[in-house]
Design a protein around this ligand. Structure first.
Ligand code: LHQ
Length: 261
């Protein structure tokens, strides 16, 4: 079986991490196939939203720790190589993808797996799922954007607790803390996530891409700079076919039929 399953239906590219026997932890092959799927999502006009999830009982347990030789006498490992080649480009790809990415966290999300989920635009989690900043437990620093996402999503105090203690945070607490969009009953997770992704796939794709851009850039901007950015992005949004359709549908009191253009 391929370590990443990909299928396209009704504008939604579903991408499933598929190494369930290893809790969908990352090895180079899974990285490669996930990147390919995200490049396809970026390039193909027929893809208008992405739904990311995991097979089996976990979402993703981060790096596959069984692949590293840390025995006494083994050569020291330079982990920056792995971040530079795999994890950092992955986070950038998700954040800069001009289409919405829904993450359905079906089980435990640990280490880089937790932070991959946080990089997505809308995160739904099964009530039995949990988020673990496992890094400190093995002497590492949260990576895959964790030290950037956590303080912004939950504030400095909770970010420090999560990063230093590496304890499991249950999905409902993650929702209450503002770490994720929503916790849902286990049996409803995939239906709810798929219907959210389908709804986004029927939306104004160009506008969504511009919203993602505005939110992404806002964290480094002054209000002044952000106002200028909103002016420029709104110009672009206002030139889209979907803007015309949105206003026309509003005036005609009917549902809009967006084409993503
Ligand atoms: C695993 C893993 C795993 C292999 C569970 N690998 N087998 C980036 C750059 C370069 C290098 C370093 O890292 C990074 C980014 C990172 O992601 S660092 C953080 C790596 N991840 C972790 O430290 C998480 C380690 N796993 C856990 O803490 C727990 O397994 C979690 C909380 C994920 C799940 O706990 P449980 O539900 O209690 O399951 P378990 O611990 O019993 O695990 C089940 C099996 O899965 C077990 O194997 P076994 O043969 O005994 O059944 C684990 O060894 C295996 N597994 N995570 N990352």
């Amino acid at each position: 079986m391929s370590p990443v399953l990909v299928s396209l239906d009704a504008g939604v590219l579903q991408v499933t991490l598929n190494r369930p026997e290893k809790l969908n932890s990352f090895n180079p092959e899974m990285h490669k196939l996930l990147r390919q799927a995200l490049e396809r999502a970026a390039d193909e006009a027929a893809v208008r939203a992405v739904l990311l999830t995991g097979a089996g009982r976990a979402f993703c347990a981060g790096q596959d720790l069984s692949e590293r030789d840390v025995s006494p006498g083994a050569a020291p490992i330079d982990l920056s190589v792995s971040l530079g080649s795999y994890y950092n480009p992955l986070v950038r790809r998700v954040r800069e993808l001009p289409k919405p990415v829904v993450c359905a966290v079906n089980g435990v999300a640990a280490g880089a797996g937790a932070n991959l989920a946080l990089a997505c635009d809308l995160v739904l989690a099964a009530r039995s799922a949990s988020f673990v900043q496992a890094f400190a437990k093995i002497g590492l620093v949260p990576d895959t954007g964790g030290t950037w996402f956590l303080p912004r999503l939950v504030g400095a105090a909770r970010a420090a607790g999560l990063a230093l203690l590496g304890e499991k945070l249950a999905a409902e607490d993650a929702e209450r803390w503002g770490l994720i969009w929503k916790a849902v009953d286990d049996g409803r997770l995939m239906d709810e996530a798929a219907s959210l992704a389908r709804r986004l796939a029927e939306g104004p794709t160009r506008g969504y891409g511009l919203i993602k851009k505005a939110l992404r850039i806002s964290s480094g901007n002054s209000l002044d700079a952000q106002l200028d950015l909103e002016r420029d992005l709104q110009r672009e949004a206002g030139l889209s076919e979907d803007y015309r359709e949105g206003v026309t549908a509003f005036k005609e009191k009917r549902a809009p039929r967006f084409k993503g253009k």
